[in-house]
Design a protein around this ligand. Structure first.
Ligand code: PFF
Length: 478
């Protein structure tokens, strides 16, 4: 059947920019450096690379193949492989973007607030940050509910304007400009960071071979769990996005090559982000700055910009602008999972989808849930249901909760079920057949590797990550 309403990427390069744009996001620039900082530096990097090459590659190839094979939304694509399991996986894969959007957009909005503050400092010399530490800035931002909700609205509105234009004229066009711009800004920030006095210890921490954190079993498992979860989120797996973007990909393109390019680019950007953030944190962030966890981006780095003197706000603006770009290119991918789902549904009923209307509805619904997360201010404003009275951890904010259901449960569970399904029931040959269209060859060695990973490594890794996430959330705080 022809899918006239759907359209296709304008070029393979356009697809790659969009796919890399979806993968490169807050996960790379915010989470990767702090997780690396908190989990042994070099040791984390090694485990991350191994997982990306095995687990990441196998899931990505499965998802791209399943999406392109069907040329349909994530739900229908999975259903075409098998109806019952397909329906379950399809809904799991849509639940995750839906929940992730509730906080991803708020984090994007915080970056916009930071950029505005630095910009005001720069343009009008109002010294918005003068005398305020990064911690004060963040604290007042979290408790300003109106500001957070307003910036969240603005962030979603910008994404709305982009995805309204569709795959080729909206998403592809934006990424083709946005991704190179992001890369250039990142390089400028790195040059500044690594030339700060004292930056060398940050680089040593990242790259000097030191595997001691892996020598105890507990240490090894901790690093494995952190790196596994991170790899998964960063590569945009099990969120319907790779299936959805794959569904717009021409049969003429190589799936193996595209998977590898996406994984390698995403990993390079994560390492580059580490090189922008960690040396600066080591140089100007004070003792233990690299271990600040999620605060690294919003508190430590602002302190770093404050400490840089008059050029601080310039780098502040550049840095937060690049994070915003990364967040936008990922948010539009998450929104597209839902948009493609609705528009394919309408088309299946024989009607012509009105993309603008569908996208408007999706953005309004997402804004409603994001407004709750924004107003909650990471738990600062007490909107979170006090589950902690049960004595268990269960997170401390709406953000934690949304994150746990999506990143903690739905995604690893989805990938676990998918790998068992493809590996043991539907058969990895299904993927090979799609890969080998138009004369491409999947060598026996590569097929054997993919087959082994899908059958054994991916299910094991996913079960382990799932277990780790659930235990962390359910633990009784000390
Ligand atoms: N990969 C993104 C990141 O690292 O921030 C997160 C993400 C965006 C996942 C878009 C999935 C997605 F569709």
């Amino acid at each position: 059947m022809e899918h006239h309403h759907r359209g296709e990427w304008g070029s393979n390069l356009g697809f790659l920019m969009a796919a890399v744009g979806s993968a490169v996001g807050l996960g790379n620039i915010w989470a990767f450096p702090y997780k690396m900082g908190d989990n042994g530096g070099f040791a984390f990097l090694v485990i991350y690379l191994i997982l990306a090459a095995t687990v990441g590659f196998s899931i990505m190839l499965c998802e791209l193949s399943i999406g392109r094979r069907a040329g349909r939304s994530v739900l229908v694509s999975y259903q075409q492989v098998g109806s019952k399991m397909g329906t379950l996986l399809g809904f799991l894969a849509m639940l995750s973007p839906f929940l992730i959007l509730s906080f991803y957009t708020v984090l994007g909005a915080y970056c916009m607030e930071y950029m505005s503050l630095n910009l005001a400092d720069l343009a009008f010399g109002v010294a918005a940050m003068a005398g305020m530490s990064g911690g004060d800035t963040f604290g007042s931002m979290l408790t300003n509910q109106f500001g957070s909700v307003a910036f969240t609205f603005l962030f979603i509105f910008i994404c709305f304007l982009i995805i309204r234009g569709g795959i080729k004229d909206g998403i592809e066009k934006f990424n083709k400009i946005g991704m190179p711009a992001l890369f250039i800004m990142l390089v400028i920030v790195i040059v500044r960071a690594v030339t700060l006095p004292g930056a060398g210890s940050g680089l040593t921490f990242m790259f000097a071979p030191d595997l001691t954190p892996l020598t105890s079993l507990n240490g090894f498992l901790e690093v494995l769990s952190a790196a596994g979860g991170q790899m998964f989120f960063s590569l945009s797996l099990a969120m319907g996005i790779t299936v959805t973007y794959g569904s717009y990909l021409s049969k003429k393109e190589s799936l193996v090559k595209n998977s590898l390019i996406i994984i390698i680019s995403d990993t390079i950007v994560a390492i580059l982000a580490g090189m922008a953030v960690l040396p600066a944190a080591f140089a100007l962030g004070g003792a233990g700055a690299e271990k600040q966890g999620p605060k690294l981006l919003f508190i430590t780095l602002q302190d770093v910009f404050n400490a840089m003197g008059p050029t601080g706000p310039i780098f502040g603006v550049l840095f937060y602008m690049l994070v915003i770009l990364a967040a936008i290119t990922s948010t539009i991918a998450l929104l597209e999972v839902l948009a493609t789902f609705l528009s394919d549904r309408v088309a299946l009923k024989g009607r012509t989808p009105d993309r603008k209307k569908l996208v408007t509805i999706i953005c309004l619904v997402i804004f409603a849930e994001a407004a709750l997360v924004a107003a909650d201010g990471l738990g600062s404003n007490g909107l979170w249901i006090p589950f902690h009275e049960t004595g268990r951890n269960l997170g401390s904010s709406w953000l934690d909760f949304m994150d746990f259901i999506s990143e903690g449960v739905a995604m690893p569970l989805g990938a676990l079920l998918m790998s068992i399904w493809i590996g043991w029931s539907a058969g990895p040959k299904l993927v090979r057949d799609e890969v080998e269209l138009e004369g491409y060859k999947m060598s026996n060695g590569l097929y054997g590797f993919f087959n082994f990973c899908t059958k054994f490594i991916v299910p094991l890794a996913m079960a382990f990550i799932l277990y780790g996430q659930v235990m962390k959330f359910m633990e009784i705080p000390k």
